[in-house]
Design a binder for this molecule. Structure first.
Ligand SMILES: Nc1ncnc2c1ncn2[C@@H]1O[C@H](COP(=O)(O)OP(=O)(O)OP(=O)(O)O)[C@@H](O)[C@H]1O
Ligand SMILES: [Mg+2]
Length: 235
């Protein structure tokens, strides 16, 4: 598969008094176009920090982050914000949706942020919410709201979607439906997915798994096949 992102010798260091605390410690990682990469690790291992620096939400202390050979770690704030808006999608544990807009309108807002014009109805269909298009956020379950946030992020047709504990607030049944939406989006739209989780079962839906501990990548596993989210063990 073709390379999309190269992470080279990346450090993120926080000073604790006079002591250097490495939230990321010599991270080297490539992410391919169209792959589903799962980042797994215990609390405090550096998963969110890694996601935030790959997606330019946070600055690195040392190293390089290249998107198609362009070093974004050198970008200034304004340029970085523009790059993020155009190319990257985000899903968090909480949904951050607009309460006074319905499903269709929330997704439309996502498309207006980017430069690409997407077919809103098709994206809503991809996440399985066609029946709920006119509903407001308080009329939806947690899993449905998370799928709205996925659709909203997909609407600008991002190069990569970064998902930080996308099922963290959901029960098993609902969580699996949300994961199915992510996989379907990857299959239909070829969107590269980076999913952060502490749930080892979720690792099985990906092409590749990175295990983190104390700011380091301690293991990389290539899955022979992707498991259907329906069939994964939970927790
Ligand atoms: N702004 C900050 N200042 C100082 N230390 C920080 C800061 N942000 C994160 N850290 C430290 O960096 C380490 C990694 O944190 P991070 O949030 O990346 O962990 P995580 O793997 O996402 O954990 P969780 O599963 O609990 O979300 C932790 O030790 C944390 O305390
Ligand atoms: Mg985290």
């Amino acid at each position: 598969m073709e390379n999309l992102i190269e992470i080279k010798k990346v450090y993120k260091t926080y000073k604790l008094g006079s002591i250097d605390n490495h939230a990321l410690n010599d991270i080297n990682l490539n992410i391919s176009k169209g792959e589903i990469l799962v980042i797994l690790g215990p609390s405090g291992s550096g998963k969110t920090t890694l996601l935030n620096v790959i997606s330019g939400l946070d600055k690195i202390s040392k190293g390089q982050i290249l998107y198609e050979n362009k070093d974004i770690s050198k970008y200034r704030d304004y340029r970085m914000t523009k790059f993020r808006k155009k190319n990257l999608g985000f899903i968090f544990q909480t949904y951050n949706l607009l309460e006074h807009l319905n499903v269709y309108e929330n997704v439309l807002v996502g498309s207006n942020l980017g430069h690409n014009k997407a077919d809103i109805n098709q994206i809503i269909e991809t996440v399985g919410l066609s029946r709920h298009k006119k509903k407001y956020m308080h009329e939806l379950s947690g899993g449905e709201q998370q799928r709205v946030s996925i659709a909203r992020a997909l609407a600008k047709q991002p190069k990569v979607m970064f998902c930080d504990e996308p099922t963290g607030a959901l029960d098993e049944k609902t969580g699996k439906i949300v994961l199915e939406s992510l996989v379907k989006a990857n299959e239909k739209l070829k969107t590269t997915m980076v999913i952060v989780t502490h749930n080892p079962g979720i690792a099985m839906i990906g092409d590749r798994v990175i295990k983190m501990n104390s700011g380091r990548i301690i293991e990389e596993i290539k899955n022979k096949t992707r498991m259907n989210p329906k069939d994964i063990p939970w927790g």
